[in-house]
Design a protein around this ligand. Sequence first.
Ligand code: GDP
Length: 201
Amino acid sequence: MVNQANPFQQFAYITSAHNLKQLVPDTGSEVAFAGRSNAGKSSAINALVSQRALARTSNTPGRTQQIVFFGQDEKPYRFADLPGYGYAKVPKKLRQHWEHTLGRYLQSRDSLKGLILVSDIRHALKDSDRAMLNWAADSQIPAHVLLTKADKVSKNKAIQTHRKIQTELVSYGQTCQIFSVLKKIGVDEARKQVSEWLEVF
Ligand code: GDP
């Protein structure tokens, strides 16, 4: 069968939402991607769909402040790319709008089956990451952390950080893994997690 190896390879841009009223209908299943600006979220999404530029990678953190949906017409599952947070230059009003919106999104979205949180392995986890994970736990949404840019630390350091954060997450039933787009570490593992949540087989 075509694309059996990667069910997300044909994913395309669907639409963007600036507020909860603009979300795509709450049917089927959805996995959301969250993370601080510049943590490597767009790169991770592109790696998962095996496309070079579906999600826009950028060196201008905090620029996109919308929820972007990716999917494929006839498929009942999709990705929701949440706005990057933690970027100091985003105006306070906009930041507050998104904190509120993201919290409500996690609490109210019936089709949401899981949250992928990306966090730079050198800085994981920041308070803002923990806030997202807490919201997910409160809403009984399973969460899985990608410790990104693992190529930037030694193998030992990566293993140590993974162990430490996994211990921290276990009481919430959440998981984490080492990830690097550059060295292609953990891409299959992450895709497997997303596929399981979306019940794509
Ligand atoms: P986003 O703001 O979270 O969507 O982050 P991007 O995906 O745009 O990545 C931010 C920067 O980090 C870009 O310059 C990427 O090339 C870089 N980056 C992303 N993933 C990796 C990785 O696995 N290793 C390295 N070394 N750099 C990465």
